[in-house]
Design a protein around this ligand. Structure first.
Ligand code: FAD
Length: 326
């Protein structure tokens, strides 16, 4: 790592911003490029388990994350009418770091982008890589705006359809549709929702995650045609139709005609693998802490400068890598 003076980070999502900040905080010159024209991240909310929170702690942004989000240590599985089936307590937290803190994706992005900027990262939006010439010790990269620059390290954090990964592995890890679609909407938090919860229906599941004292997101996961495209103006009716059969606050939300004060937001994604663990754990846990951890492992692999992860007791051992994205 001591030979790495200049790094290109491709992708300004959670992983890219985390990596960029940590490199820059250690004196490495970092250029981060993001394909989108702005950091207006799509998505609704993210639950960040203690593993991720410890990485954020190392970057100095934990207090902001905890102040913005909703900390919890339980997950519940209910029947469709919210009669309890299972309560599960997460054990990864400690006095400093809660087991999970969930927050709005946009807010997490704002926090990470501000940290990257403070650390001196140069961020360019609306730019992609068109060519990488791997010269062994250094890589010469051509960008979509015509510039050519040289880096000691190129790190791809460009998501599920990573072109950086394609540069190395060709089509070996192209995502495939899982056959499931996810419907999500932000609504005012119901008092009863104090952690991640699932209402297990027949052939589908619904649930909620608190994102702040006054906000939660509600999701619905069900089989959808891989090529399904729904007109935006039908989202509300389709969502309501899909929620028929669920009781409790799900029925209230479905009946509410969407008059709540936060803007109506709903996304339909028919996607392959949001990430390997999503698939692995049959939708019960999703973990972009793994992106943060990938970064930590990348950093350790390069050796010289350790990443101090406060109380990393639950950091998985290096040989327990996640499944590859096949
Ligand atoms: C419905 C859903 C719910 C989820 N819930 C959770 C959760 O609760 N907790 C959790 O931990 N994880 C969750 N995840 C997983 C989490 O979203 C991902 O693990 C995480 O976003 C991956 O981070 P990343 O930075 O690697 O990629 P991304 O977040 O996908 O970011 C990639 C970035 O790279 C940019 N990009 C793409 N291609 C290029 C290119 N060629 N050049 C430049 N930039 C490019 C993209 O615009 C994007 O900004 C969820 C995923 C889904 C789909």
């Amino acid at each position: 790592m001591s030979n790495v003076k200049r790094v290109l980070i491709v992708g300004g999502g959670v992983g890219g911003l985390t990596a960029a900040t940590a490199f820059a905080q250690r004196g490495v010159e970092v250029l981060l490029i993001e394909r989108r024209l702005a950091f207006d991240v799509p998505g609704v909310g993210l639950g960040q388990p203690a593993n991720a929170l410890r990485i954020y702690d190392a970057l100095g942004v934990l207090p902001e994350i905890l102040a913005s989000g909703f900390a919890y240590d339980r997950m519940w599985i209910f029947d469709p009418n919210r009669e309890l089936i299972v309560e599960h307590k997460f054990l990864m937290g400690d006095d400093r770091v809660p087991a999970v803190c969930a927050l709005s994706r946009l807010r997490l992005h704002e926090i990470l982008l501000a940290a990257a900027t403070r650390a001196g990262v140069t961020a360019c939006t609306g730019v992609t890589v068109t060519h990488i010439d791997d010269g062994g010790d250094r890589a010469t990269v051509t960008f979509s705006d015509g510039r050519t620059e040289t880096f000691d390290l190129v790190a791809g954090f460009d998501g599920i359809r990573s072109t950086t990964r394609a540069h190395l592995f060709g089509t070996a890890f192209v995502p495939r549709p899982s056959g499931y679609g996810g419907w999500r909407v932000q609504v005012p938090r119901r008092d009863c929702v104090r952690g991640m919860e699932f209402l297990q229906g027949i052939g589908s599941k619904t649930g909620a995650m608190p994102l702040a004292d006054d906000l939660m997101y509600m999701f619905h996961i069900r089989p959808e045609a891989p090529d399904a495209v729904f007109p935006r103006e039908h989202y509300a009716a389709l969502f309501r139709q899909r929620l028929a059969g669920y009781g409790s606050y799900v029925a209230e939300v479905a009946a509410a005609q969407y008059v709540w004060p936060t803007p109506f937001k709903l996304e339909m994604k028919v996607c392959g693998h949001p990430d390997a663990s999503w698939e692995d754990k049959t939708h019960l846990l999703t973990v972009c802490y793994e992106e943060a951890r990938d970064f930590a492992e990348l950093y350790r692999a390069y050796g010289a400068m350790p990443l101090d992860v406060p109380n990393g007791k639950s950091a998985p051992p290096a040989d327990k890598k996640r499944k590859s994205r096949t």
